[in-house]
Ligand binder design. Structure first.
Ligand code: HEC
Length: 177
């Protein structure tokens, strides 16, 4: 009888394990993402995520990242190039952040600043998002090469990805339509 005592405890541990594995499964994460509207409108997402990353990349056209001096307080530097993870590493991280955050442009439920839905149903939206993701990857490759010539040409690709979408969906009176 005594030897049976640990069994309930083990069962509890096993159940907890199963529950925690389930909570972290990609399916569960996907479900919660698609049911809650994303917190930012599209303009906030641009200004808070896409724009800061692309500025770091564009800045690497002008100044050689290798020669950029770290900030006196690098751990709180708002300029990623002079931060703890600065120089070329900042350029790499910003480029890959652009590629990664392109997916945020396709999350369901997001509004634009004028209250219109992000036009996910339009096939060209998908095309523009893919163009941004691919431009981010081109930028990442250029950053990894630590070669400013490559950064210049990747910056052209990136600028085109921004402006192709903007000329259709931003720079007119009917944003996002
Ligand atoms: C798939 C389409 C798309 C791509 C790609 C895109 N944008 Fe945008 N962007 C928009 C739209 C639409 C708005 C207006 C959003 C709103 O009003 O809610 C916008 C707004 C902005 C804003 C806010 C300023 C304003 O006028 O509202 C900035 C900054 C911005 N984009 C920068 C960028 C940069 C930099 C890139 C490229 C690295 C980029 N965007 C790529 C669609 C895009």
């Amino acid at each position: 009888m005594f030897s049976l005592k640990p069994a309930p405890l083990l069962t509890v541990v096993a159940v907890l394990l199963v529950v925690s594995v389930r909570a972290q499964s990609p399916m569960a994460a996907g479900r919660s993402l698609s049911t809650s509207p994303p917190p930012a409108d599209l303009a906030q997402l641009m200004k808070g995520v896409i724009y800061p990353s692309s500025n770091v990349f564009f800045a690497a056209q002008v100044d050689d990242p290798a020669t950029i001096k770290p900030d006196s307080k690098p751990s709180v530097s708002p300029n990623l190039l002079t931060s703890t993870f600065g120089k070329w590493e900042a350029v790499e991280n910003s480029a890959i952040a652009i590629a990664e955050s392109a997916s945020l442009l396709s999350l369901p439920g997001r509004k634009c600043s004028n209250g219109a839905d992000v036009p996910l149903k339009n096939p060209d939206w998908d095309k523009f998002v893919t163009e941004l993701r691919e431009a981010g990857l081109v930028a990442y490759k250029a950053a990894k090469s630590k070669n400013q010539e490559n950064v210049l040409s990747a910056a052209e690709t990136l600028t085109a990805a921004c402006s192709n979408c903007h000329s259709k969906y931003r720079d007119n009176r009917n944003r996002c339509r």
